[in-house]
Design a binder for this molecule. Structure first.
Ligand code: UDX
Length: 422
């Protein structure tokens, strides 16, 4: 069965190589010619563990790429739509890319004789498949859902850094549709997986994605709030997190306190859910608080810094720029908001990250980017740890004050050390 995957960002790349590895023939589609050229040369356009090896193995025999969406639709039976739905300024979600793709698919379907199924993987607020995707496909194809083409919602739950492992070992697969044929086809695509497959309607599948991310974000803001209290009471939140995580009803996952969540999903998705709920006349107080706690969490680290005198002219080392380890993604990274605050205070910054310096240089071109983490320590008065890269554990911090926002030290800590919630 030939499958197209439209949008080769983090989600699309993992979906495409994952399906190709399962034995399906995959055509990847992206508007970026540069990205296509990279993939053709087997160079991963993003950093993701294991991706390079899979590109080496699968390009071009099982995974080919093109910028021609119409040709890809004409040559395949199912399309997974994985384009971005970024936040607009007010917090709602932008559908510009999704709408463009629906138009292109619709126009391609006009000429296609065989039945085709469009699977939405992009994160979209409840109601989008029914109110936006299907009407656009019908408008541009001149065909009718579900008689002449299928649509399904199949949310992704991949974590950057372990996304390929998550793809091959999912906790569950959720498929939402009112069309039996689309449900059957997707069951076939995922037939090699042994995890539970939950079939729902469109809106429920859309909401499961938001509710999952909102719940995980809530867990993090919860433990950060407990952590802020623990810090005031001079105790270690991590021991408290361990103690509560042993309760099966709570579970030990997503209870790591620190400088808060970032990335492409949690901040955007919780904001979009708050926006949608408010639009419907419901004011989600808990979810707003989750965002409030998260916004303030990096400031706790700055408050610890403030205790050590004025920041103007102080040499501050920044270790870590990505929103978490194992990725080169800097979207909504607490490290970037911390850098902004420190620049406003006129601190002198020395910066290192193993994966994301080139990306950050485009935002802050005039800072001191150093070749190694040790160089940063050697040049700074105080060192801030903002990403949990394992290489930060083994460095020689000497007597430098280290303020840790990510709890990177399991064993021996630097001599002069302070943790944000511990
Ligand atoms: C998340 C979801 O986990 C995934 O299911 C969804 O598909 C996309 O969004 P991702 O953003 O890649 O994945 O990373 P994740 O590991 O969930 O971490 C998100 C943020 O929360 C990071 O900034 C991380 O450092 C932070 N986090 C995570 C904590 O602060 N504490 C924790 O205990 C766990």
């Amino acid at each position: 069965m030939k499958i197209s995957v439209i949008g080769l960002g983090y989600v699309g790349m993992c979906q495409a190589v994952g399906l190709a590895k399962l034995g399906l023939d995959v055509i990847g589609v992206d508007i970026s010619k540069e990205r296509i050229a990279q993939i053709n040369k087997k160079i991963p356009p993003i950093y993701e563990f294991g991706l390079k090896e899979l590109l080496d193995e699968l390009v071009p025999s099982k995974f080919s790429v093109t910028a021609n969406i119409k040709k890809a639709i004409s040559d395949s039976k199912i399309a997974f739509v994985c384009v971005g739905t970024p936040s607009k300024k007010e917090g709602s979600m932008s559908l510009v890319q999704l709408e463009g793709v629906c138009k292109d698919i619709g126009l391609a379907l006009k000429k296609k004789k065989a039945r085709f199924t469009v699977v939405v993987k992009s994160t979209v607020v409840p109601g989008t498949c029914r109110d936006v995707v299907i009407p656009l496909l019908e408008k541009y194809s001149g065909k009718k859902f579900p008689k002449e083409f299928g649509v399904a919602m199949n949310p992704e739950f991949l974590k950057e850094g372990t996304a390929l492992d998550d793809f091959f070992n999912p906790d569950r697969i959720v498929i939402g549709s009112s069309d039996k044929e689309s449900l059957k086809e997707l069951e076939q695509v995922y037939s090699k997986f042994t995890c539970p497959v939950l079939k729902t309607n469109f809106k429920e599948a859309e909401m499961i994605k938001y509710a999952s991310n909102a719940f995980l974000a809530t867990k993090i803001s919860f433990i950060n709030e407990i952590g802020n209290i623990c810090k005031k009471l001079d105790m270690n939140t991590n021991t408290v997190a361990k103690g509560i995580g042993l309760d099966k009803r709570i579970a030990p996952y997503f209870l790591r306190s620190g400088i808060g969540f970032g990335g492409s999903c949690f901040p955007k998705d919780v904001n979009a859910l708050v926006y949608k709920a408010t639009e419907m006349g419901y004011h989600p107080r808990l979810l707003r608080s989750v965002l409030d706690v998260n916004r303030d969490q990096p400031l706790k680290l700055l408050a610890l810094l403030d205790k050590h005198g004025p920041l103007k002219g102080k040499k501050i080392g920044i270790l870590g720029l990505t929103f978490k380890a194992g990725t080169d993604d800097i979207r909504e990274s607490p490290s970037l908001s911390t850098i902004k605050e420190l620049l406003m205070e006129e601190a002198q910054l020395y910066i290192y990250d193993p994966k994301a310096m080139d990306r950050v240089k485009k935002i802050f071109p005039h800072l001191n980017y150093l070749a190694t983490a040790q160089d940063v320590i050697d040049n700074s008065d105080i060192v801030l740890i903002l990403t949990e890269w394992s290489e930060f554990v083994k460095l020689n911090y000497g007597n430098k004050l280290v303020i840790d926002g990510k709890n990177v030290f399991n064993g021996q800590k630097p001599k002069n050390y302070e943790g944000i919630c511990w």
